[in-house]
Ligand binder design. Structure first.
Ligand SMILES: Cc1ncc(COP(=O)(O)O)c(C=O)c1O
Length: 442
């Protein structure tokens, strides 16, 4: 039948929503229809404070005119250009800006369209890098329990969130996992980096002994694990991981999809912790969440290993139709300029102690069993209702939304990661509302 252009009004059935309880949502939808600054507007006309920067991505807040104008202008100037064997200026300009912002030693930028694609790209680069150097036996990939590296097959294979893996078959072979770093008995209610747990990085030595360093291509970790419920690395842990990977010729990949672009009050977590990996995966804050885009940053050593052979040959058989697309690139340029001009990373650093104190003031409220924070990231872990895991935190999310504040939950953990333009009064509102919600929960 010819498409008539008509759809039933208010029909929610066609859209299969991602990572959503579809039936529950559609029975009582939560619709956002506009956004500006720190706030969303709901379909019923309420203002909701954005405590999560969308999904950890709108670091400069919403409806930022510089970014909107750049996107609009780009649509009119050059809407799309082929990504393979052709170029356009904005992709080069954005790559240079990312490199200039990146930790020293990260010299090259490969564009993708999401965090998941950045992860797949980094994993493939790691294996291909070793092959390009004549070390083709290094194909094994090491992730970490509770890690989140997006939803594609490589990412869920190295990832360690059970529900994201167990429905999807056998996944990649040749993958092993480090233990996670969550030690609540020793570290609960730590402000910032926990004291205990650096020794968990030594488990990499056991994995190396088991498989042989000569079979291992890369280790991938989130410097701060976000989606699993905010796990801050123990003091010295990342430094140890760097030492051990270097000693064994293993590449270290930091998945900075959440921590990149100012979340910790420094451009990247690599800067914050003073640990430089070989590859960094990014997305989200790269374009303020406005246009989908990701990027993998690499050292010259990784990049240069591919730059041999005949010059008329493609060096890397990998890329996406939209890698570095003009509109995304224009959006990224305006986003990075906004961060710099408004000093938003410095602002995040300045606000982080106020954020920390406000968050930890929730300590004695009902059901709270741990609080964790770093930069402008915070998490409150609740005791689960027996036999009903996730229910208590999800109720908190619903109640907070009704009271005008957007938070996120994973399991029974409430996670918050506001735009870096947040004011102290917003922080007070966010934690004040959360306190009210926690007091009234079953
Ligand atoms: C650390 C990390 N890696 C990868 C991803 C996947 O990003 P995307 O949803 O853009 O594919 C996320 C998303 O939250 C993430 O937090």
């Amino acid at each position: 039948m010819a498409y008539s252009g008509s759809t039933a009004p208010n029909d929610l059935s066609a859209f299969w929503m991602p990572f959503t309880a579809n039936r529950q949502f559609k029975s009582k939808p939560r619709m956002l229809v506009a956004a500006e600054g720190m706030h969303y507007t709901t379909a019923d006309g309420r203002q909701v404070l954005d405590g999560t920067a969308g999904l950890w991505c709108c670091n400069a807040g919403h409806k930022r005119s510089k970014i909107s104008e750049a996107v609009k202008a780009q649509v009119d100037e050059l809407d799309y250009a082929p990504a393979f064997q052709m170029g356009h200026p904005k992709a080069f300009e954005l790559a240079s800006k990312v490199r200039d912002m990146a930790p020293k030693g990260m010299e090259h930028v490969f564009f993708t369209n999401s965090g998941s694609e950045s992860v797949e790209t980094a994993l493939k680069l790691a294996i291909a890098y070793h092959k390009a150097r004549g070390d083709a036996g290094r194909t094994r990939l090491i992730g970490r329990e509770r890690g989140y590296h997006g939803v594609n097959f490589g990412g869920i294979s190295v990832g360690g969130i059970v529900n994201n893996r167990k429905h999807f078959g056998t996944l990649l072979t040749g993958v092993d996992h480090l233990p996670h770093t969550h030690l609540p008995e020793q570290n609960a209610f730590t402000r910032g980096e926990p004291e205990h747990g650096a020794y968990l990085a030594d488990e990499l030595e056991d994995i190396v002994a088991l498989h042989g360093a000569e079979t291992i291509a890369a280790v991938i970790v989130e410097p701060v694990a976000g989606s699993t419920g905010v796990l801050i690395p123990p003091k010295g842990y990342l430094q140890k991981l760097r030492e051990i990977t270097k000693k064994h010729g293993i590449l270290l990949i930091f998945d900075e999809v959440i921590t990149g672009f100012g979340r910790l009050g420094a451009p990247f977590a690599a800067d914050y912790f003073g640990v430089t990996p070989d590859l960094i995966t990014t997305a989200k804050g790269l374009t303020n969440g406005v246009i989908p885009m990701g990027a993998v940053l690499t050292s010259s050593e990784v990049h240069d290993a591919f730059m041999n052979g005949p010059e008329n040959m493609i060096e890397l058989f990998h890329g996406y139709t939209y890698s570095g697309s003009p509109i995304a690139a224009a959006c990224g340029i305006a986003t990075l300029d906004t961060y710099r001009e408004e000093g938003l990373f410095e602002r995040a650093a300045e606000l982080s102690s106020y954020w920390q104190e406000g968050l930890h003031a929730l300590k004695d409220l009902p059901h709270v069993i741990d609080i964790r924070n770093l930069g402008l990231i915070g998490a409150v872990e609740l005791e689960s209702i027996p036999g009903k895991p996730t229910a208590r935190a999800f109720q908190a999310f619903l109640d907070a939304y009704e009271k005008g504040v957007l938070i996120r939950t994973t399991g029974d953990i409430i996670a918050m990661s506001p735009p870096l333009i947040i004011e102290k009064s917003h922080i007070d509102q966010l934690f004040g509302t959360l306190a009210d919600v926690l007091k009234s929960l079953d």
